[in-house]
Design a protein around this ligand. Structure first.
Ligand SMILES: NC(=O)N[C@@H](CC(=O)O)C(=O)O
Ligand SMILES: [Zn+2]
Ligand SMILES: [Zn+2]
Length: 437
């Protein structure tokens, strides 16, 4: 099987090219040229008894398949919220071809059995590559470290207690020391429980207005500062999940300048919203860390532009309607995001001139690949054909009824967005296609 994509704007993982033709044979990209002569291709392919699919992609953008290092697939244990299968379908529709899933499942991904279970389930789906993330502590209880060697041997890509912060500094120091000796990155959910103290929204104007208990920025930034220090002393790689506060970003800038091995991510929701955008007391606006002030939002955008923030990750966190539809105080934390991520970023950041298209694309492709050592994220001759075709001019209102994800808890419902993935391919095989392509 061969695919010839013609006249497409190409982002190769580093830069944009105006118009290219790309030939894919079997799993790989075999040619990228300004013009590929179709007759030559047809002859070559007939000789090899292959079928050829031609796609005229004039006006569309082709990029490496997106890589999302922060997804909650909820399996095992919370299949009513999402399964590996429904999450993989949502990923494909959103243009993601590689995702890493967080360990706050039931049971928690704290043993090789659960890692193996996820790999088994993931491989029977549409081809989206799923990497499990193992827990730092047993049951994510923050008391006893898991067996990092066993988890590494089973194939985890990183360690995290996402969903909660590890409160005990001594235990965290030990975790960094062990992770360093095995060269495993640790992804930090930065939250100090005593400061967060069961708040629900950013501790600012909106929380006051709605008379809802706030979560101060210091609950995040104190842990960012602590874990920079602990990672520094262990010489380990620390990656911070879903940054929300200006002060956290300031500490990361300092740490990077000192040469500490620190990387971090930001979510689309924290980049495009601030607490003033919370229009009603609805659970869909509730996420941990909370959507913070406009000043924080601007600091996050600025940091992504400067490279202080390295990558974008969705923190796709599906929940059931019952868990989200009874007001902010009673709802669970978390937002779905795989299917809307690119259109949200493109419409609210690229079209408004706040961030360049290249920077957004790089943050979703080559940068996460580089940081987590994944052999994807580029479109070069010889690379595996994990790619997504995007119609930048396509404009649609977000309708959750059309989501592949079981989670309908999106803060972007009814947003009018440009730039939708229309075809997603893994190793040369089409795994999602808009009916109009
Ligand atoms: N982000 C969230 O608000 N929720 C996540 C947990 C997490 O990412 O910390 C979840 O698992 O639902
Ligand atoms: Zn988290
Ligand atoms: Zn998360």
């Amino acid at each position: 099987m061969a695919v010839l994509i013609k006249n497409v704007q190409l982002f190769d993982g580093r830069q944009l090219h105006k118009s290219k033709d790309i030939l894919i044979e079997n799993e790989k990209i075999v040619a990228i040229e300004d013009k590929i002569d179709e007759r030559l291709v047809e002859n070559a392919i007939e000789d090899n008894y292959q079928d050829i699919v031609k796609i005229n992609a004039a006006g569309k953008l082709l990029t490496p398949g997106f890589i999302d290092m922060h997804v909650h697939l909820r399996e095992p244990g919370f299949e009513y919220k999402e399964t590996i299968e429904t999450g993989s379908k949502a990923a494909a529709k959103g243009g993601f071809t590689t995702i890493a899933c967080m360990p706050n499942t039931k049971p928690v991904t704290d043993s090789k059995e659960i890692v193996e279970y996820i790999y088994e389930k993931a491989n029977v789906n549409n081809g989206v590559k799923v990497y499990p993330i193992g827990a730092i502590t047993i049951g994510e209880k923050g008391q006893e470290l898991t067996n990092f060697q066993e988890l590494k041997d089973a194939g985890i890509i990183a360690l995290s207690d996402d969903g909660r912060g590890v409160q005990n500094a001594k235990l965290m120091q030990e975790a960094f020391n062990n992770a360093k000796s095995l060269e495993i990155p640790i992804i930090i959910h930065a939250e100090d429980d005593s400061l967060a103290a069961s708040g629900h929204l950013h501790d600012g104007q909106k929380a006051k207005e709605l008379n809802i208990k706030g979560i101060p920025s210091t609950s995040e930034s104190i842990m960012v500062a602590r874990d920079i220090l602990l990672a520094e002393s262990a010489k380990a790689h620390v990656h911070f999940a879903h940054l929300s506060a200006k002060e956290s970003v300031d500490w990361i800038e300092v740490a990077k300048a000192k040469g500490i091995h620190v990387t971090c991510e930001v979510t689309p929701q924290h980049l495009v919203m601030c607490d003033e955008d919370i229009l009603e007391d609805h659970g869909n606006y509730k996420v941990n860390p909370p959507i913070r002030s406009n000043e924080d939002q601007n600091a996050l955008i600025d940091a992504l532009n400067k490279g202080v923030i390295d990558i974008i990750a969705t923190d796709h966190a599906p929940h059931s309607d019952d868990e989200k539809n009874s007001g902010i105080e009673k709802s669970y934390f978390g937002m779905t995001g795989l299917e809307t991520a690119f259109a949200v970023l493109y419409t609210k950041l690229v079209l408004t001139g706040k961030i360049s298209l290249e920077r957004v694309l790089e943050s979703l492709t080559s940068k996460p690949a580089e940081i987590f050592n994944i052999n994807r994220g580029h479109i070069f001759v010889g690379s595996v054909a994990d790619m997504v075709l995007i119609d930048l001019n396509d404009k649609k209102v977000v309708e959750v009824d059309k989501f592949e994800s079981k989670g309908k808890n999106s803060p972007f419902i009814n947003w009018d967005l440009h730039g939708w993935p229309v075809l997603t391919m893994v190793a040369g095989k089409v795994i999602y296609k808009d009916e109009r392509v």
